[in-house]
Structure formats: structure tokens, C-alpha cells
Design a protein around this ligand. Structure first.
Ligand code: NAD
Ligand code: DAU
Length: 382
């Protein structure tokens, strides 16, 4: 196989892949935050090539993949998952052994302003991709057919919101999505499930909690706070800031996906989480404190920039993941603690200011204006 770079690794996995001539995977949305981390990690760990299929929306960025520019194992194709014919051509040409599906519209606030794009990509796009994958898989034989996998990357938000004393979400928690984003992801999860039950397609689904780490687009809480803090701008806290999220380092999410792809039981769902529930205000305080140490202001603390603003409509109060199934069945658990992961993340943003500047283009500024200008600054809360 010409695309195998023989200079890199020599593990058993690589020898197996090289013997299996057509072995490669197709990743959708691999130019976004989690997808690009997944592709870089994948190619750092083994030599199996990746076809990276991405529309390059505002959230997709080829500079996230700059380290792979000269790497023959990475094949980037710009395209839309709604385009079944395009995906079918790619599948016929490259014959991947698996599809890992990240592509989505992913920001809850944007789904409140423009829900249509979420239905188009997350629901119709997943449907188109499933149709192309079903036709391709149906035409495979023997080991190629039984070994094929379609891994759908989803979110804990499909389970809705928890009260302060509720147990964390398990894989059997009933779906109760509350935003257009989570409703569109729930619909895509149901389609994936239906393709297993109706057609016997070899699917796997992961429902993960909030990720953080490098290459996180600065519309989401953690990178937005780091970026605003350094720019001397307000640090916007929605409502009272006591909403709880379960934070997971992106590298841990990627290792969970690799493990589920490798050994997950067909048709099953695996919840992925960091066992790390924190209120938003605590996260923001932590970021300010790290910045106060790594990049201190001339005077005072970054905490002084905290500003309470009008809440997100329909804001889910608490998410928490029970990640015992993936640990029990597949032996996966997170390697990073929040303390270590968040420090590495802040350091990454300090070291990559050019990346931050580049992604904060005209369109980004328009989004910030749209999302934040209309929010009244609320009375400061203690
Ligand atoms: P992101 O917004 O950073 O990246 C999404 C990527 O998908 C971008 O590269 C974009 O160009 C691409 N894309 C969008 N529409 C497309 C289309 N129609 N066709 C092809 N490509 C398209 O998202 P992310 O945060 O990396 O999330 C990736 C996946 O993980 C999503 O499915 C999301 O629902 C899920 N997820 C995210 C988190 C999180 O905390 N970020 C947590 C759990 C699950
Ligand atoms: O739970 C998994 C989900 O996590 C993923 O499925 C989504 O794709 C991902 O975007 C994320 O959703 P959240 O809405 O939880 O993430 P976000 O970073 O937008 O917000 C985190 C919390 O911080 C949430 O309670 C809203 C709050 N927030 C967010 C922003 C952008 C603020 O208080 N101020 C802000 O400016």
C-alpha cells in the first residue's frame, strides 16, 4: 500500500494493517475540534490511513491539520455529508473498513439562532451518510463485511437535564433533548439505532460529555473565556453560573472512541465522561487563576472581568455521565484529571495565539455580536 509510511511505527497493529492491503478508515468532520484531535492521535498511534471528509464550515479549519500536511496517510476531501453520491464515490474508491462520524453543527447557542442548519447536517446529513454506508456495506463480502463498523459520535445532551441529586445519565436514561442541537443529535442517534435493528448494520454509538483541549473553537465556554480574558474583554457567565457540566479532556474522548471502534459490541451505546462535574463559575475561576499564574495582568486578577449576562433559553442545569459501562466492558477510563488537562489546555492557547487570531475572523466577530450584544448584562451575583 503506497500510502503507508514505513518509517514511523512497527507495532503488531501496523503489521496487520499493512498485510490487509485496503485497510483505512473514513472520518467525517475531521477538521473540527474533536475530529482533528482524533485524526492527529490516530496517525500518531498507527499507520492506517485516514480519509478525512469535511465541509469546512466556520468550525472546520485546515490549520487544525497543518501537522499532517506532508503526511501521505492523511487524505483530506472537502464535502458535505448531505451529499450521498459524493460519499458513495469515496467509499467505492477507498473501501474503508470503518466510518467514524463526527461531522455536525455542534454549538447550542447557534442552534437557538439558526436551528435549520442543525436539522440539515445533524439529521439529514447523518441519514445521507447512513444510506451511503448501508449500500457500501451491503456490497461487501466475508471478513470485509463482518469487520465493517459505523461509529456515531454523539452527546450526553440527548438525555436532557438533571436535578442536583439525580443519578448521572446511563445508557438507558430516556431521551429528553431540550435544545434544537440536542434534539437534532437525538434524531441522528435514533436513525443510527434503527439501521442496526432494521438492516443489521454494524453500528456503535458513543454519548460523550463536554470536551476541552487544544483546537477548541473559541465560541465554546473554555476557549472563549481564555481568549476574552487575554483580550481584556468581559467573561460572560450565563444566568447564575451554577450550571454543571462533566468535563473530559479531548484526548481521553479520542481514546474512548478508538477503544469502542476496536471492541465495542455491535448496536450498543457507550457513555463517555470524565467523572468531573463542575459548575461553570468554578471552571471560569480555575481558568482565571491559571492565567493569573501563567500570564499575569499588569495589576489585578482576570476574575475581575467576570460579567453575568442573560441566560441561554432552555439552558440545561446539569449533565453528568455514568461511565461505568465502558470501563466494565472495554476497560476504558480517562487518563487526564481536570487539573492536569486544563493547565495543558491554557498553555496550548498561550502558545498558539496565531491560531486563535486566525479563527477569530469576520464571521466569528459577527457571531459574537449576534450572541452577546442582545444579552442584557445581569446584576452581578456573588
Ligand atoms: P466542531 O463544531 O468543532 O466540528 C464539526 C466539524 O464538522 C467541522 O470541521 C465542520 O466543518 C464539519 N461539518 C459540519 N457540517 C458538515 C457537513 N454537512 N458535512 C461535512 N462536514 C461538516 O464540533 P466538535 O466539538 O468537534 O464535535 C464533533 C462531534 O462530537 C459532534 O458530532 C458533536 O455533536 C459531538 N460531541 C461534541 C462534544 C463537545 O464537547 N465538543 C461533546 C460530545 C459530543
Ligand atoms: O455536553 C456535551 C456538549 O457540550 C456537546 O454536545 C456540545 O457540542 C458542546 O458544545 C457542549 O455544549 P455546552 O452547551 O455544554 O457547551 P458550551 O461551551 O457552549 O457551554 C458550557 C456551559 O457554559 C453551558 O452551561 C453554557 C455556559 N456558557 C457558555 C458560553 C459560550 C456561559 O456561561 N457563557 C458563555 O459565553
Amino acid at each position: 500500500m503506497a500510502r503507508i509510511n514505513k518509517n514511523t511505527q512497527s507495532t503488531n497493529l501496523v503489521i496487520y494493517k499493512q498485510e490487509k492491503d485496503n485497510s483505512m478508515i473514513l472520518v467525517t468532520g475531521g477538521a473540527g475540534f474533536i475530529g482533528s484531535n482524533f485524526v492527529r492521535d490516530w496517525l500518531a498511534l498507527n499507520d492506517e490511513p485516514v480519509i478525512n471528509f469535511d465541509k469546512l464550515t466556520y468550525a472546520g479549519n485546515l490549520s487544525n491539520l497543518a501537522s499532517l500536511e506532508q503526511d501521505p496517510r492523511h487524505i483530506f476531501v472537502r464535502g458535505d455529508i448531505c451529499d450521498t453520491a459524493h460519499i458513495s464515490r469515496l467509499l467505492a474508491e477507498h473501501k474503508p473498513r470503518a466510518i467514524v462520524h463526527f461531522a455536525a453543527e455542534s454549538h447550542v447557542d447557534r442552534s437557538i439562532h439558526s436551528p435549520g442548519e442543525f436539522i440539515s447536517t445533524n439529521v439529514n446529513g447523518t441519514f445521507s451518510l447512513l444510506e451511503a454506508a448501508r449500500a457500501y456495506w451491503s456490497g461487501l463480502d466475508g471478513d470485509d463485511k463482518s469487520g465493517f463498523r459505523f461509529l456515531h459520535v454523539s452527546t450526553d445532551e440527548v438525555y436532557g437535564t438533571l436535578g442536583p441529586n439525580d443519578p448521572p445519565f446511563t445508557e438507558t436514561t430516556p431521551y429528553a433533548p431540550n435544545s434544537p442541537y440536542s434534539a437534532s443529535k437525538a434524531a441522528s442517534d435514533h436513525l443510527v439505532r434503527a439501521y442496526f435493528h432494521t438492516y443489521g448494520m454494524p453500528v456503535l454509538t458513543t454519548n460523550c460529555s463536554n470536551n476541552y483541549g487544544s483546537f477548541h473553537f473559541p465560541e465554546k465556554l473554555i476557549p472563549l473565556i481564555i481568549s476574552n480574558a487575554r483580550a481584556g474583554k468581559p467573561l460572560p457567565i450565563y444566568g447564575d453560573g451554577m450550571q454543571v457540566r462533566d468535563w473530559l479532556y479531548v484526548g481521553d474522548h479520542c481514546s474512548a472512541i478508538r477503544r469502542v471502534l476496536e471492541a465495542g459490541r455491535l448496536g450498543k451505546v457507550y457513555n463517555v465522561g470524565g467523572w468531573n462535574e463542575m459548575a461553570n463559575l468554578e471552571v471560569v475561576h480555575t481558568l482565571c487563576d491559571i492565567l493569573d499564574t501563567l500570564d499575569p495582568k499588569a495589576s489585578g486578577s482576570y476574575r475581575e472581568q467576570i460579567t453575568y449576562v442573560q441566560d441561554r433559553p432552555g439552558h440545561d442545569r446539569r449533565y453528568a455521565i455514568d461511565a461505568r459501562k465502558i470501563e466494565r466492558e472495554l476497560g476504558w477510563k480517562p487518563a487526564e484529571t481536570f487539573a492536569t488537562g486544563i493547565r495543558k489546555t491554557v498553555q496550548w492557547y498561550l502558545d498558539n495565539q496565531a491560531w486563535v487570531r486566525d479563527v477569530q475572523s469576520g464571521d466569528y466577530l459577527k457571531w459574537v455580536e449576534k450572541n452577546y450584544a442582545a444579552r442584557d448584562t445581569a446584576q452581578e451575583q456573588k
